[in-house]
Design a protein around this ligand. Structure first.
Ligand code: NAD
Length: 317
């Protein structure tokens, strides 16, 4: 029996990596959905999914998660993996209402769609940003949430919406808190992509703060394995699970590692810290290990080298 997996945000960074992996298994049918949001170029997103165009197990719908009619046009679905969102912390401060409408309104629309269609498995892309300025690391799922950006608060609202639909309608809702995901196909606004691009083009890289902020960088291949495990998870009806790497890297260390990967020196343009940016992220991943058999295994050097190869192959510098 084939599993029909519906992926919102399919043309994006994590979505396209997930699709590549799911299509390795002939028992999966992947139904991709995306509105090619203008946050970054449509061309990049079309490139991300072009390799699946001729796969007999892949279908694609262009549509908006806020639009019920776009969802009603879809074929039968067994599982929803909801990755579509207005992403990015800093832009959410400039446009908080739009973030609320797309991320929270869109998620509720999808939950309503799931309820009407009787779809009982819903995997949601949450974010480490919900922990915000909680200083006690590593963060476990039980820890205090102190979000400091509109983006983070939308993710938290969606987790709570998921609880409501899980409780009232029995929809299994799994909120996966991703921690700074990087790798081939990464969004152009994120540090790894931005830094490689600037260094390769001989331009200064913008560094916010003194370089001591740290992130739990997680390779996209590891994140994808966690999502795939959540797609098949059936042991309980509502869970929030960190999908991090449990290893932190400072911004200065990241720049050194990128310099090493591409064999060039960076010129640094030092700028003040940005509102909404948290000083650190660091995941406790015991729960993911236990429930999803999640064991991230890609070290930073390998992950950055994979990004660099992808960049050289696909990007016009
Ligand atoms: P991405 O921007 O590459 O992908 C998101 C996709 O959603 C885009 O292709 C976009 O066009 C689509 N989209 C946006 N609004 C839509 C709408 N109204 N209707 C339909 N599609 C819409 O981002 P990503 O990095 O792949 O992130 C995927 C998910 O993971 C997002 O929910 C993001 O918030 C979350 N997340 C990502 C990271 C990370 O480090 N990349 C970390 C934490 C959480």
């Amino acid at each position: 029996m084939k599993k029909r997996i519906f992926i919102t945000g399919a043309a994006g960074f994590i979505g396209s990596n997930l699709i590549r992996s799911l299509l390795q298994d002939d028992r999966n049918i992947v139904i991709g959905f995306d509105n090619f949001d203008a946050f970054y170029s449509r061309t990049e997103k079309e490139k991300n999914i072009s390799e699946f165009a001729n796969d007999k197990n892949f279908r694609f719908y262009e549509g908006d998660i806020r639009n019920q009619a776009d969802l009603d046009a879809l074929d039968d679905i067994d599982v929803i993996v909801h990755l579509a969102a207005k992403a990015g912390v800093r832009p959410s401060i400039k446009n908080p209402i739009l973030y609320q409408e797309v991320n929270v309104g869109g998620t509720q629309n999808l939950l309503e769609f799931a309820r009407r269609r009787g779809i009982i498995q819903f995997v949601f892309a949450s974010s480490s940003s919900v922990y915000g300025i909680n200083e006690h690391v590593p963060w476990s799922e039980e820890d205090k949430l102190m979000p400091i950006s509109p983006y983070a608060s939308t993710k938290l609202s969606c987790e709570m919406l998921g609880h409501v639909y899980s409780y009232i309608y029995g929809i299994r809702f799994l909120a996966l808190r991703f921690f700074t995901v990087y790798g081939p196909g990464q969004r152009p606004d994120l540090a790894v992509h931005k830094f490689f691009k600037s260094i390769i083009n001989g331009q200064p890289i913008p560094v916010f703060g003194d370089g001591s902020t740290s992130r739990d960088y997680t390779y996209v291949g590891d994140t994808v394995k966690g999502i795939e495990a959540a797609i098949s998870y059936e042991s309980s009806n509502f869970e929030i699970i960190n999908l991090g790497n449990h290893r932190t890297v400072t911004l200065s260390q990241l720049i050194l590692a990128i310099e090493e990967s591409c064999g060039r020196k960076a010129t640094i343009d030092r700028l003040p810290e940005q509102p909404g940016d948290v000083p650190q992220t660091y995941a406790d991943i015991h729960k993911a290990q236990k429930l999803l058999k999640y064991h991230p295994s890609t070290d930073l050097k390998t992950g950055l080298d994979n990004f660099y190869s992808w960049y050289l192959k696909t990007q016009d510098n």
